[in-house]
Design a protein around this ligand. Structure first.
Ligand SMILES: N[C@@H]1[C@@H](O)[C@H](O)[C@@H](COP(=O)(O)O)O[C@@H]1O
Length: 260
């Protein structure tokens, strides 16, 4: 696992958007897995700026990490609507280049299995952007999710519903209890995992993810099992890392051709 400590969220967004641009130069139709929440927004801003500045992302394909269950189709806070608004439309991509699980399906289990199959048939995710929950979750894999899990329905922990109420008029009653999420095993199938965490509120989860044991209690710690996982953190989110100086030294002395 590589840990990169950046000055602030904007620098993190630019670093990761640069890695996406490099990927698209090598593979123009790369499948890019995107996360929701506030943290990845600087990545999307930087990527959209690159496209406006001439980067060709016209063949990029985008896929969702997770979704709420039971929101009416088209609800503005469904993750489908969110990713369309924040990523797919600003990049100018057609809907056919975007895929996600169907959170309004009657057969939820069937929708989960269909999504895992669709990801595999699409050739697998090339680069998966991840955020992290305050409890260490990735996607919506709450603590004690199986590290081998596939896309499935999960029940949210109360803290996650509290954290996400800000997207629902600060009314926790509107936050669904159930979600569909790529499983941890599904996430680990991606070729490159890039987790961005910013702010002091994520410092403890980051320390446990990077320096703690691999444990389902901290779902993001599963990144330790992946051969190409990059954790990008700002100074505040890095504040509880014991090896921060080593991570800085390693990144500062990295050959420039290597990328992240
Ligand atoms: N399902 C999403 C996660 O993918 C995201 O990482 C997390 C943190 O969000 P934020 O970046 O807003 O803190 O929120 C939600 O739970």
């Amino acid at each position: 696992m590589e840990v990169v400590i950046v000055k602030d969220a904007k620098a993190g967004g630019e670093l990761i958007a640069g890695a996406i641009a490099d990927l698209l130069a090598r593979k123009p139709d790369a499948l890019l897995g995107v996360a929701t929440g506030s943290t990845p927004l600087p990545i999307y801003d930087a990527l959209i700026a690159k496209v406006r500045g001439g980067l060709d992302a016209s063949r990029a394909r985008i896929c969702q990490l997770d979704e709420y269950v039971g929101l009416p189709a088209g609800h503005p806070e469904s993750y489908r609507a969110t990713v369309l608004r924040q990523v797919v439309e600003p990049l100018g991509l057609p809907a056919e280049q975007f895929m996600g699980p169907d959170g309004s399906a009657e057969d939820v289990q069937g929708a989960c299995e269909a999504y895992d199959k669709a990801l595999a048939e699409a050739g697998g995710v090339d680069l998966q952007i991840l955020g992290i929950g305050t409890d260490g979750h990735i996607g919506f894999n709450e603590p004690c999710s199986s590290l081998a899990s596939r896309t499935r329905i999960k029940t949210l922990i109360e803290q996650t519903r509290i954290d996400n109420a800000r997207f629902f008029d600060n009314d926790i009653e509107q936050v669904p209890h159930h979600v569909i999420t790529q499983g941890i095993g599904t996430i680990l199938d991606a070729r490159h995992l890039v987790l961005l965490a910013t702010g002091e509120g994520k410092a403890e989860a980051v320390a446990q993810t990077v320096e703690g044991p691999v444990a389902s209690l901290v779902p993001a710690s599963a990144l330790q099992l992946h051969p190409h996982a990059t954790v990008v953190v700002d100074e505040a989110a890095a504040s509880k890392l014991k090896l921060a100086d080593y991570f800085r030294h390693a990144f500062d002395n990295k050959p420039s051709w290597q990328g992240i």
